[in-house]
Design a protein. Structure first.
Length: 135
């Protein structure tokens, strides 16, 4: 169990070791249970749509269809980079997602950081999210 306010569906969290008073860059792996079977690509598209409705000042910065390994097999997914605020007075953040669906679970790698984050931190998050696979 995590000791901070991390949601129960978070499997693992990596936080930047340089703390920011407003927000600390993070990469998490989330597991969501699915009520019905859905393809990885369809789930990734639905996630992007959900973010567009939930984030204030939402802006899609990049979306690329690519493969993600699930059980050693390539499956089509989207890797997306979006920007927005989780609350009206909140900091502008960027969210980088890569999704893999296996059985009745969706696994999501999410990198999140301030829009003005240092380049080396952004590059590390980029590598971590892009390397995500589902065993």
């Amino acid at each position: 169990d995590f000791t901070s306010d991390i949601p129960a569906n978070t499997l693992i969290a990596f936080r930047n070791n340089i703390k920011d008073p407003n927000f600390t860059a993070t990469v998490v792996i989330i597991k969501n249970s699915l009520a019905k079977e859905v393809s990885t690509l369809d789930y990734a598209k639905a996630l992007k749509q959900k973010l567009s409705l939930e984030l204030i000042d939402f802006k899609e910065l990049a979306a690329e269809q690519m493969a993600v390994k699930i059980g050693g097999i390539d499956n089509e997914t989207l890797i997306t980079l979006v920007e927005g605020r989780d609350r009206a007075q909140g900091d502008l953040k960027r969210y980088y997602h890569r999704v893999g669906v296996k059985g009745s679970a969706a696994y999501i790698a999410v990198g999140s950081y301030l829009a003005n984050e240092k380049t080396d931190v952004v590059e590390t998050i980029d590598r971590m999210v892009k390397s995500f696979e589902v065993k």
